[in-house]
Design a protein around this ligand. Sequence first.
Ligand code: PRP
Length: 183
Amino acid sequence: MDAADVSDDLVNVLFTEAQIQERIKGMAAEIERDYEGKELLIVGILRGAVMVMADMARSFHRHVEMDWMAVSSYGSGTKSSGVVRILKDLDTDISGRHVVIVDEIIDTGLTLSWLTSNLSSRNPASVEIATLLRKPEALQMPVDVKYVGWDIPNEFVVGYGLDYRERYRNLRDIGTLAPHVYS
Ligand code: PRP
């Protein structure tokens, strides 16, 4: 689905498909340089990270192992509760492994902050974070992020894995959702 297919629902297109692909190639190149000569496991956080994982993995000119986790941030009703539950854990034993967690967005930082300390407790060789988007103004927990695609304003964005009520994930671009859709 293109932005043109849902143009009435978007205030603007923040990043086009071409811009996203180019940025992800750049992030993959950076990661590739940093992990030269080391085995690498990338961990995608379902469901939003599916697109960025698929494109990033294919941008590498080297082997990379992929695994997935699913977590729920909505412990007691609100996201800001900070309660994170593992819905699907890794299939991989990460002890001694170099791990890069891949996500499409860091909003409050609660999910990634919790995930980093959870994975760090499993004795990996290293754990870093790569996120396509980050909202600095929304941050509630400090998160040490090594690879960031773009910092964006604190607005409701959809597309490229990002949803509103499970819609727009399959939008190729990333756009700002029009208030009339969610109000
Ligand atoms: C998104 C995103 C991160 C999290 C970031 O997932 O993939 O995992 O929110 O938000 P935070 O920084 O405020 O914790 P979401 O919970 O929307 O689930 P989804 O990936 O299934 O859409």
